[in-house]
Each structure stands twice: as structure tokens, then as C-alpha cells.
Design a protein around this ligand. Structure first.
Ligand SMILES: Nc1ncnc2c1ncn2[C@@H]1O[C@H](COP(=O)(O)OP(=O)(O)OP(=O)(O)O)[C@@H](O)[C@H]1O
Ligand SMILES: [Mg+2]
Length: 290
């Protein structure tokens, strides 16, 4: 099935070891901890890929390596065929939306301001760059008046971002929260705000770490339904705690102790993978006891 799909990410031999650093309060170097022990995986464009595995097995570290918040100790990561290194970080991050366990919201800005900050800044930067290029051509005697007039104003960029922001806030059920400050939101609402904010960048890939774990199952389902439209065509890599939210993923990656234990669909893993079975049945029991 994956034969004719386009590879968007290729990971080979990815390793991450923490420690070995000088730190105050430590005699010598901090202890070494091998967290990722050689990960090989291909991610295909448009797929929804879920990552599950026991606490501490390296799921968050793996995702942080993907967008270079963490520098791998070994191995390679290719994004759209190009090896990701220091030189490509900004470009990479423009194409990747991320929602992490810690929310990084600005508490002195309203919900709407938080969500509009990056896209407006990027839009203005882009527009200034284009204007600079046009002015250079004008100096060389070219007639660029039409192109100059077609450039959006800052106000237009803001209005555009605002229209999309409003739609996204509605999708995540926060339409009535646009003008409040993030400190007044619940944990689940903060997460939803972060999802909307990440989507506003029109990313090619969305990386979500525990993104729906702070909301109850019903809200989780409603959000996922509401966001289906917005996620269309975007590759999604998501760390999920609940089996109920990974069941319809295109592929599920089971991680254990810094390695990939198995990759498959819900049905395949339920038939063949002990770790997956254990998590599934323990969660079913948990749900019955709720
Ligand atoms: N910055 C760091 N320095 C040292 N050790 C770290 C660091 N970040 C994570 N670790 C360790 O790496 C291991 C994997 O952590 P990671 O956050 O990737 O796990 P996880 O699979 O996401 O777990 P959880 O499901 O609990 O979120 C843990 O033992 C953790 O203590
Ligand atoms: Mg984690």
C-alpha cells in the first residue's frame, strides 16, 4: 500500500544519548543515558502516524529530534529528500507545526494575539523581502509598478491571518475565547489553542505530543472530527496515550526502550504485538471502570 506513496521523512539509525556534560554539582560528567538506540522509519506524505509506548521509552525525544529541538547523537533524518542539519532548521520549522506537552503561550497576549503573532510576522517578513527584490529591479530600470501595487499591506496580512484564525478557533471550539488571556484557559483549551496556532502556519507536517491527553474522550473525539477538514493532506505524527485515539491511524509505531518494536495498523498490531495488546486491554479495563 505504501509502494506508491511519497516519502516525506526518512529516518535511519537515529540515536540520542543524553548526558556526558559538565554540570554544576556534578563531579566529572553527567551520566550517559542512551534514549534512542537506532530508529529506522519512513513516513509517507498525507499519513496519520501514531506513536505509542511506555512512559520514558523515548517518544518525545524522537519527535524533538525530528524538528531538531534536540540534536541527534547519530544517524540521519531526511525531510523531503534533504538531510536535515543546522543549515536547514528555519526552513524545516516553517513546514512543521508542533504542539508539545508544554504550551509556550504568551500570557500577556490574548488568545487571538497569540495565534496571529507568528503568521503575521512571517507574512510581513516575506512581503518586505519581495518588496526589496522589486525595488532592486526598479533601480535597474525595470517597470515593477504593477507588482509593487499587488503586494499586500501589513493590514491586509493581518486581516487575512485573522480570518483564518477565527475559523481555526471555531474548529477547536474556542470561538468565544478570542479576546481572553491564556492564563484563564483550562489545560485542554490551551492544547486546542496550540493546535489552532500550529495549523495557521499551513504546515506540511504536524507533530503533536500528547496533544489530546488533557481533554476528555468526548471532547477529544469532537475536536478530531472538527479538525479533520483542516488536517486534510497534512502528514500528522502524533504521540497518543489513548488507544481510542490511534485506532484509525494509517500506521501505528510501537516504541519500546528507545527502539521501534513494531509498525502496523490497529488490527495488525492487535493480532501480532504483545505490547500493543497489553496497552489495549488494560485501557479497555480502565474505561469499563470509569
Ligand atoms: N534533556 C534531557 N536530559 C537527560 N535525560 C532526558 C532528557 N529528556 C529526556 N530524558 C530522558 O530520556 C528518556 C526518554 O524520555 P522521553 O521524554 O523521550 O520519554 P517519553 O516516551 O516521551 O515518555 P512519556 O510517555 O512519559 O512522555 C527518559 O528516561 C528521560 O528521563
Ligand atoms: Mg513524552
Amino acid at each position: 500500500m505504501t509502494a506508491n506513496k511519497e516519502k516525506i521523512i526518512e529516518v535511519r539509525g537515529l540515536k540520542k544519548t543524553y548526558g556526558g556534560e559538565k554540570k554544576r554539582g556534578y563531579k566529572g560528567l553527567t551520566p550517559l543515558l542512551d534514549v534512542l538506540k537506532g530508529i529506522d522509519i519512513d513516513i509517507y506524505r498525507g499519513d496519520v502516524v501514531c506513536l505509542i509506548g511506555p512512559s520514558g521509552c523515548g517518544k518525545s525525544t524522537f519527535l524533538r529530534c525530528l524538528n531538531r529541538l534536540e540534536k541527534p547523537t547519530g544517524g540521519t533524518i531526511k525531510f523531503e529528500g534533504v538531510e536535515v542539519d543546522e543549515a536547514h532548521i528555519d526552513k524545516l520549522r516553517q513546514k512543521m507545526g508542533m504542539v508539545f506537552q508544554h504550551f509556550n503561550l504568551f500570557n500577556n497576549l490574548t488568545v487571538m494575539e497569540n495565534i496571529m503573532l507568528a503568521p503575521v510576522a512571517l507574512g510581513v517578513k516575506d512581503m518586505n523581502k519581495k518588496r526589496g527584490e522589486l525595488l532592486k529591479r526598479k533601480l535597474r530600470g525595470e517597470d515593477v509598478s504593477e507588482e509593487l501595487a499587488a503586494l499586500p499591506s501589513r493590514l491586509e496580512i493581518e486581516e487575512n491571518a485573522k480570518t483564518r484564525a477565527k475559523r481555526l478557533l471555531k474548529r477547536v471550539g474556542l470561538e468565544d475565547k478570542a479576546d481572553v488571556y491564556p492564563s484563564t484557559l483550562s489545560g485542554g483549551q490551551k492544547q486546542r489553542l496550540c493546535i489552532a496556532r500550529a495549523l495557521l502556519k499551513n504546515p506540511r507536517i504536524m507533530i503533536l505530543d500528547d496533544s489530546t491527553s488533557a481533554v476528555d474522550t468526548a471532547t477529544d473525539a469532537a475536536i478530531r472530527q472538527g479538525l479533520k477538514e483542516e488536517f486534510k493532506g497534512i502528514t500528522v505524527i502524533i504521540i497518543a496515550q489513548r488507544i481510542s485515539s490511534v485506532q484509525d491511524a494509517d500506521r501505528i509505531i510501537v516504541m519500546e526502550d528507545g527502539k521501534i518494536n513494531a509498525v502496523g495498523t490497529h488490527e495488525e498490531l492487535l493480532a501480532n504485538n504483545q505490547i500493543y495488546k497489553d496497552v489495549f486491554y488494560s485501557q479497555q479495563k480502565g474505561a469499563e471502570n470509569d
